[in-house]
Write a protein that binds this ligand. Structure first.
Ligand code: HEC
Ligand code: HEC
Length: 201
């Protein structure tokens, strides 16, 4: 026997259902972001405070892992830990998705003399001290990919904080490569590469 439901009705039902399923996810993430994160990371993830990382356009895979690691304590931060402790798996997945989709603000050019030193290190590394080039993992334009974070336009102060944490063995949740990188760079190279990353559009 032929069942008889008019096509427009099915289409309408499907639309209504998908709206119910799709809408709350983004709305929830945005609501959480506005309420709990925007004060430090900016409404669209483009933090204005040099010590607070920009999240806009950051890699989703990377964001998700970092949020879970703050929650479990694998990545240690007295500031971030209490903020994510009450978030569900769904919340952190939605927040990672939300920030990955925001448009990153272009970087700001700093000290020109340091920029050329930084660019050279970023693209070529330093064979004398075994510092690998950065573009092999973070991409030439600094956009990153997957678990390799975006570094383009990131604040100098935040990057310097992270290099210090890597070098002193206080950030160990991720790749050991970054600990080696941070240990082997000279003070000038560290500053220069941070300036270069911050200047990338
Ligand atoms: C009081 C300020 C503050 C608030 C509020 C805050 N953060 Fe953070 N966030 C920080 C600081 C500082 C760091 C760097 C911590 C570190 O050194 O690991 C950070 C780091 C991060 C990172 C890692 C970024 C990277 O590039 O590795 C993510 C992701 C993040 N925050 C997401 C969030 C989310 C999502 C919220 C809201 C639920 C939030 N933050 C609320 C200050 C804040
Ligand atoms: C073999 C791959 C690899 C190379 C080479 C590499 N990185 Fe990374 N880097 C990573 C990964 C993976 C992370 C993610 C966090 C972690 O694992 O701790 C990271 C994290 C970072 C962060 C922290 C980003 C954030 O938002 O907290 C900075 C800054 C950074 N790298 C800069 C550099 C610079 C500068 C160089 C070159 C001198 C470099 N990296 C070379 C893989 C690499």
């Amino acid at each position: 026997m032929k069942s008889f439901t008019p096509k427009p009705l099915i289409a309408f039902a499907c639309l209504a259902l998908s709206a119910v399923i799709a809408a709350p996810v983004q709305a929830d993430a945005e609501a959480i972001a506005n309420e709990m994160c925007a004060g430090c990371h900016g409404a669209d993830g483009n933090s204005m405070v040099p010590g607070f990382p920009k999240l806009a356009g950051q890699q989703k895979v990377y964001l998700l892992r970092e949020l879970k690691d703050y929650r479990s304590g694998k990545r240690v931060s007295e500031i971030m830990a209490p903020l994510v402790s009450t978030l569900s798996d769904q919340d952190v997945a939605d927040l990672a998705d939300f920030y990955a989709k925001q448009k990153p603000a272009p970087g700001v050019a700093g000290n020109p003399a340091l920029l050329s030193v930084g660019k050279n290190l970023y693209l070529k590394g330093n064979s004398n001290t075994d510092v690998p080039s950065c573009d092999s993992c973070h991409e030439e334009d600094g956009s990153g990919s997957g678990k390799f974070p975006r570094v383009a336009g990131q604040h100098v102060d935040y990057a310097l904080d992270q290099f210090r944490l890597y070098a002193t063995g206080k950030r160990t949740n991720g790749s050991r490569v970054m600990q080696a990188v941070a240990n082997r760079m000279s003070e000038e190279e560290t500053r220069a590469v941070a300036e270069y990353m911050a200047s990338m559009p």
